[in-house]
Design a protein around this ligand. Structure first.
Ligand code: ZN
Ligand code: ZN
Length: 392
């Protein structure tokens, strides 16, 4: 089959690789209809992980079941399915507790498994024609409709981006009436804003500097904050202070809650400096969030931070050590939630929101490319395509 293979930093190629086959009776083989390119893929692409050359990329996968092993009972050839980026067994201590992002049996090297990703086990990715899915009964989510219909992009986002965004709102404890600040208006940030709104948040601020992203945020009812126009935490506090309805509801003393109750980091360690976005500043987003979150509030971090980054901006960043204003965080009593999303906890319910027409997360999709358009031995990237990509 054809697959996108990681070669070296800034180099991937479309290659012929061996077709996947049923290796265990619980496996299924999926013919990929659509696969996403993730901000997390860019961390590998840019040489910011320990990914092994030869890895087939792609952890955001959906398609049609092509073959099933003899022990697969609930998924049939021809079914349309979307696959969580987590590879999980369904029966270990962590899977049984709902933490399929920390499965203990699918990866000998770490308590987590995933497709086509550094450190997440031997599983090939789905930026390819076919994908092997272990524990297929557990890992496939069945979808209605047919390949290429009007829900294709919506359903694809159930593999990672939409559940990860929703997970951020769970970590940040967003509830009806909550005030929320989301940093990063990439795919995850925009869908974290959407998730906050469908949970009934009263105010959702979203911080970025790309105008097209901020416009999309505004279209779904979030309040755009452009960090190129000044300190984003100050801007949010200023907007809240100027709102006479918010002001008019405060008792004396309550002005101490000038920020928001829920903060979300949808950026991670490759964050751009607010002052000079061409440079990286891995700690500025967290510093800003600790500033804008009110006493007793909650911080959810789903932007990626890694324990080793060969190209970190300084020695500490290379070791995955990031300074947090911990004293302020402690004094404010802010609770903190981090980590990969356990996709299976949410994907079924988010699918049903799509089916019922309550949400259409594909409003974030801007580009579609075929496998054949990937760089290969016969095709090099043009200079325009090599311009530094945007992140989720
Ligand atoms: Zn992803
Ligand atoms: Zn497990």
């Amino acid at each position: 089959m054809k697959a996108i293979v990681y070669k070296s930093s800034m180099k991937v190629e479309l290659e012929e690789v061996e077709d996947p086959r049923i290796e265990a009776a619980t496996d299924a083989i999926i013919r990929i209809s659509t696969s996403g390119i993730c901000g997390s893929d860019l961390h590998m692409y840019e040489g910011r992980t320990s990914v092994t050359p030869g890895t087939v990329l792609g952890h955001e996968n959906m398609g049609i079941v092509e073959k099933v092993g003899s022990a697969v009972t609930s998924i049939q050839v021809g079914d349309r399915v979307v696959i969580p980026f987590n590879v999980a067994c369904g029966f270990c201590l962590n899977c049984e507790r709902g933490f399929t992002s920390a499965c203990l049996t699918v990866n000998a090297d770490a308590p987590t498994g995933g497709y086509g990703y550094a450190g997440m086990g031997p599983y090939r990715g789905g930026q390819a024609e076919y994908l092997r899915v272990p524990f297929a009964d557990f890992n496939c989510l069945k979808l209605p409709g047919a390949q290429g219909d009007s829900h294709e992009d919506d359903f694809l986002l159930l593999s990672d981006v939409f559940p990860t965004a929703y997970h951020a709102t769970e970590l940040a404890k967003v509830m009806p009436g909550s005030t929320v600040a989301v940093f990063g208006a990439g795919p995850v940030g925009l869908l974290a804003a959407l998730s906050s709104l469908i949970k009934g948040a009263s105010e959702v601020y979203i911080v970025d500097h790309y105008k097209d992203r901020l416009k999309k945020a505004e279209q779904i009812g979030a309040i755009p904050i452009d960090f190129s126009k000044g300190d984003p935490a100050e801007q949010i506090m200023e907007l809240r202070k100027k709102n006479s309805l918010i002001n008019g509801s405060l008792r004396p003393g309550e002005e101490k809650m000038a920020g928001v109750m829920c903060g979300i980091d949808a950026v991670g360690y490759q964050a751009r400096s607010f002052d000079s976005p061409r440079k990286e500043n891995p700690i500025q987003v967290m510093q800003s969030l600790v500033k804008i979150i009110n006493p007793t509030g909650n911080l959810g971090i789903v932007g990626v931070y890694t324990a080793a980054d060969p190209h970190g901006v300084n020695k500490k960043a290379k070791e995955g050590v990031f300074e947090l204003p911990f004293g302020e965080l402690f004094e404010k009593g802010i609770s903190l939630g981090t980590g990969q999303c356990p996709v299976k906890k949410y994907n079924r319910f988010l699918r049903d929101l799509i089916i019922s027409g309550r949400v259409k997360p594909s409003f974030i999709v801007s580009h579609r490319v075929s496998l054949e358009e990937a760089p290969g031995p016969t095709r090099n990237l043009t200079s325009a395509e090599m311009v530094s990509p945007k992140y989720c």
